[in-house]
Design a protein around this ligand. Structure first.
Ligand SMILES: NC(=O)c1ccc[n+]([C@@H]2O[C@H](COP(=O)([O-])OP(=O)(O)OC[C@H]3O[C@@H](n4cnc5c(N)ncnc54)[C@H](OP(=O)(O)O)[C@@H]3O)[C@@H](O)[C@H]2O)c1
Length: 324
């Protein structure tokens, strides 16, 4: 097998495509032949030692992937050799093969393409947990999605539309805004060229969005929060822009608004039954065509360094997927 090995987490350049012995699964594990692995923002952070999870060295990055089970360890009963699966295990995906805990593998129903499956769990689970569970979004409410053309952003647009909400998508280029419109966004704001607060005022008749989905942080967090509606819910999803913003708490008081944290990874560990029910619903929505991962492009696994650089420079629209 081959894998992108990180022996020294100093950045993308330190990754090396390395031949390794193919491991055998232990109790509760499976060996997966990887067909596709998608990029998630933490994949960039983890190889720079900037992510909250710091794996023991050396490790193989690649949080999320899909492929075919090639061998099963003792005690694994719900997966068989030849079964197509998707898995989000945090590491191991940027390779030809990986060992994964069987409990983290989602068996794929017929018709679920590997490229879609590799780009599914992280973004849709995060956005569903955020909008349905944390924000209690209702049909007819208005949602502002920041970084709306990114991985979790595109999933948030589709889920909010599936719930009957009105979506205002905000992104940094006209091309990204056009993508959001094609996904069903009712209105867009290009925050590189428009004043976010003025545009929100116009688009909501002065009332502001009921829910704000923020995976970006940085300079737009405060103006967005200043625009929120009475009883609004501000979802703290991530900090793709880098700096972690501060919000003046008087703004929460003035709007009767809530600042709501979203941490899907811990939700899935602390509330596994709720998470499993959510994943069943998401798989059904995929089967019904209500949601579908937006694939920016696929690239050969050998081109991982170029792919990670593309994501780090805001180039990706939707999801970038490496394939074997
Ligand atoms: N809380 C959770 O449970 C959870 C789960 C998954 C992901 N996340 C977090 O959500 C964030 C987004 O993840 P993602 O996978 O959707 O990433 P992504 O596909 O790269 O999207 C991030 C978006 O952020 C915007 N952005 C603004 N400044 C940026 C910068 N300096 N570098 C890169 N992007 C920048 C870009 O949109 P514009 O160019 O349009 O501004 C980009 O499309 C990350 O911080 C990630 O860690 C959180």
């Amino acid at each position: 097998m081959h894998a992108w090995l990180c022996e020294n987490p100093t950045g993308i350049d330190a990754l090396a495509w390395t031949e390794l012995p193919t491991p055998q699964p232990k109790t509760g594990e499976v060996l997966i032949a990887i067909k596709a692995a998608s990029l998630n923002f933490p994949d960039i952070l983890i190889v720079q030692n900037k992510y909250q999870m710091k794996p023991a060295l050396p490790f193989v990055p690649g949080s999320e992937y899909a492929g075919v089970v090639q061998a099963v360890g003792e005690g694994v009963i719900h997966l068989k050799v030849g079964q197509p699966v998707a898995c989000l295990s945090g590491t191991g995906g940027f390779a030809t093969h990986t060992i994964a805990p069987a409990a983290l593998c989602m068996p794929l129903p017929p018709g679920f393409a590997f490229v879609d499956a590799a780009a599914f769990i992280m973004t849709y689970a995060t956005s569903h947990h955020a909008l349905v569970d944390r924000a209690q979004l209702k049909a007819g409410e208005t949602v502002l999605v920041l970084g709306a053309a990114g991985g979790v952003g595109t999933a948030a647009i589709q889920i909010a539309k599936a719930m009957g909400a009105r979506v205002i998508a905000a992104a940094s280029t006209a091309e990204k805004c056009a993508l959001c419109t094609s996904l069903g966004a009712d209105a867009t704001i290009n925050y590189s060229s428009e004043n976010l607060r003025e545009s929100l005022k116009t688009l909501t008749a002065g009332k502001g969005p009921h829910v704000i989905y923020d995976p970006v942080g940085g300079e737009f967090a405060e103006p967005a929060f200043r625009s929120i509606a009475w009883r609004g819910r501000y979802l703290v999803v991530g900090f793709a822009a880098g700096p972690i913003p501060s919000l003046p708490l008087n703004l929460a008081l003035l709007k009767g608004a809530s600042i709501v944290g979203v941490f899907w990874g811990d939700y899935s560990r602390r509330e596994p039954k709720h998470n499993a029910a959510m994943m069943v619903e998401l798989a059904q929505w995929y089967g019904q065509g209500k949601i579908k991962p937006v694939i920016d492009r696929t690239m050969p696994m050998a081109e991982l360094k170029a792919a990670l650089t593309h994501m780090g420079t805001r180039g990706v629209m939707g999801k970038l997927v490496m394939v074997n």
